[in-house]
Design a protein around this ligand. Structure first.
Ligand code: PHE
Length: 355
């Protein structure tokens, strides 16, 4: 028992973890002296054991605590030492060629931003987790509206102040509302970003990208919409023989609504955009519904506008000749090397946006 204070002193004096362990084994190990003491309890009379038992346990507890405390100090000191002495050499030469590439989706978004910036459009953004009101109601899909069912929506568990679940936005159109609220009118914005629908096959992934366009001004009409889309498609596909066709359609937030087809032709056995051998749908569009303008807080008697929305992934596939959408999101390094763009080739109109 005389060894208790001595052991405490040796614990405090141990200056590394192995030294501390030697002291621990001598006292608390299988044949340590404290363990020895505890073993003698078996041979004692019950009275003696009642007296000695707690006393031995206190010794063991005190030493165990002291050891744990010292271990913590030594470990902290060791960490300090490592932090103070270990260095990472950041001065290695950079590789001769940059290895990363710009993903075709990022590339196309930059091309679109460049084209629309030239037409006076700013870039607007909104959240990917959206309230029911922004994603649907303000866009003239009231609760229970049949068009809601067409969106294969992902619902979240959290509900908003109206008791409705938040959603992963199913389109970029809620940014129309946010942009009108935040910026007022007149307004010219595009809104590129991720959108989500519960759908998956070779041409659909649960997450994909859209770009929205919105113009709000006085006396805006369908002619402005058609000219804007034609101008944009010519600049994007870098061809003058782009033909478009507006087909009557329906979206709750535009009236009238039109789906836009672009003409294609066969070149070396491949369908390319340009010419008029056939038509494919590339955009949804229309004149912004007065209810939508009012929902965003503007007076629909003063302000009109047009809106359009299209799939960025789809535009990238058409322009750069990729045919499986899923490959966009696999992160396969060979695909990225092949289809990626140089980080240094910034799209500009004067150089041709196509890199
Ligand atoms: N939001 C529509 C969609 O996802 C596209 C669209 C945008 C249509 C703007 C008209 C106007 O299908």
């Amino acid at each position: 028992m005389n060894d208790v204070e001595g052991t405490i002193a040796r614990i405090a004096a141990a200056d590394d973890l192995p030294a501390l362990d030697v002291v621990r084994v001598e006292a608390l190990g299988k044949s340590g002296w404290v363990t020895g003491l505890l073993k003698t309890l078996g041979g004692m009379t019950p009275e003696e054991r009642q007296l000695r038992g707690p006393e031995f346990q206190r010794v063991r507890a005190r030493l165990t605590d002291a050891i744990a405390q010292r271990r913590e100090q030594l470990e902290a000191a060791e960490l300090e030492r490592k932090l103070a002495t270990e260095r990472i050499d950041l001065s290695l030469p950079a590789p001769e060629h940059s290895r990363g590439t710009v993903h075709p989706i990022s590339q196309v978004m930059e091309e679109l931003a460049e084209i629309f910036a030239d037409l006076g459009f700013a870039v607007a953004e909104g959240p990917e987790i959206e309230s029911d009101w922004y994603n649907f109601t303000a866009l003239n899909f009231p609760p229970g509206h049949p068009a809601r069912a067409m969106h294969d929506t992902f619902y979240l568990q959290r509900t908003d102040a109206d008791g409705l679940p938040y959603v992963l936005r199913t389109h970029t159109s809620p940014v129309q509302i946010r942009a009108m609220q935040e910026r007022g009118a007149p307004l010219r914005v595009i809104a590129p970003g991720r959108v989500y629908r519960s759908d998956s096959d070779a041409t659909h992934t649960p997450m994909f990208h859209q770009i929205e366009g919105l113009v709000i001004d006085r006396a805006i009409h369908l002619g402005h919409l058609k000219w804007t889309l034609e101008t944009f498609l010519k600049a994007f596909f870098e061809r003058d023989d782009i033909a478009i066709r507006l087909r009557p359609s329906y979206f709750p937030f535009t009236e009238p609504s039109a789906e836009v087809d672009v003409g294609w032709s066969l070149e070396k056995g491949r369908r390319v955009v340009g010419g008029q051998q056939g038509w494919m749908e590339v955009l949804g569009s229309g004149m912004v519904h007065p209810k939508v303008i009012a929902a965003a807080g503007l007076d629909p008697d003063q302000w009109q506008g047009f809106a359009f929305g299209t799939g960025v992934d789809r535009l990238a596939m058409l322009k750069y000749g990729m045919d499986d959408l899923r490959a966009f999101f696999d992160g396969d390094i060979r695909w990225l090397k092949h289809y990626g763009f140089s980080a240094l080739a910034v799209p500009t109109l004067s150089m041709g946006v196509g890199a």
